[in-house]
Design a binder for this molecule. Structure first.
Ligand code: IMP
Ligand code: MG
Length: 195
């Protein structure tokens, strides 16, 4: 059995780890990421591609995706700050870290861990769009549709999910569990946490 990597956490978080349920194994994630990279490489062949990863959640997904792409591409990152509490983004978002790349005339691929309400992706599409890229596409590892508040659609989706709060493979709960190689559900339905 793999050691519990949640060591030193509060009893509640310890309990969460015990109750976690495996959702996507390493093998399944790897297969999906390779397949997405194949499709993206075909679609964006010959373009001036810039991957823009959304920190922090997308760092592992982006690292794997980028290594499976067969086309040249630049990599940059944004980090968003949203006002609000718990795991729900509020409407007010700002860049706490912006990209350093000039994307004018380039083909941008936003790489996101999970789309939930859609607020973050809607913000990014609007703000990056103002910089006149040739195109903007969205690649999300997980598309969680049930709490969508903004009409956004990802061009490339690893897995479609209903409700539930998930961790692992970059995704965190209160900064924990990002480095688990698999993805787990820690709460099914009503994923509005407050600890
Ligand atoms: P949105 O703006 O509501 O679409 O928020 C998306 C962001 O919320 C993601 O990039 C994650 O950082 C976070 N998030 C939403 N659902 C989950 C989840 O199930 N696990 C971990 N993070 C999540
Ligand atoms: Mg995120």
């Amino acid at each position: 059995m793999r050691p519990d990597r949640s060591g030193g956490v509060s009893p509640l978080k310890g309990q969460i780890m015990e109750e976690k349920k495996l959702l996507y194994s390493k093998e399944i994630i790897d297969q999906r990421v390779k397949s997405l990279a194949g499709t993206i490489s075909r679609d964006l062949e010959g373009k001036d591609v810039v991957l823009i990863g959304v920190l922090k959640g997308a760092f592992i997904f982006l690292a794997d995706l980028a290594r499976h792409l067969s086309i040249p591409h630049a990599v940059d990152f944004v980090r968003l700050a949203s006002y609000g509490s718990g795991s729900v983004s509020s409407g007010e978002i700002t860049f706490s870290k912006d990209i350093e790349t000039d994307i004018e005339g380039k083909d941008v691929l936003i790489v996101e861990d999970i789309i939930d309400t859609g607020t973050s992706i809607a913000f990014l599409q609007e703000k990056l769009g103002e910089r006149h890229p040739n195109s903007i596409k969205v690649c999300a590892l997980i598309d969680k549709k049930e709490r969508r508040e903004r009409t956004v659609a990802a061009d490339y989706v690893g897995f479609a999910l209903g409700e539930g709060f998930i961790v692992g493979y970059g995704l965190d709960f209160d900064e924990k569990f990002r480095c688990l190689p698999e993805i787990y559900v820690i709460k099914e339905g009503n994923s509005d946490y407050s600890v």
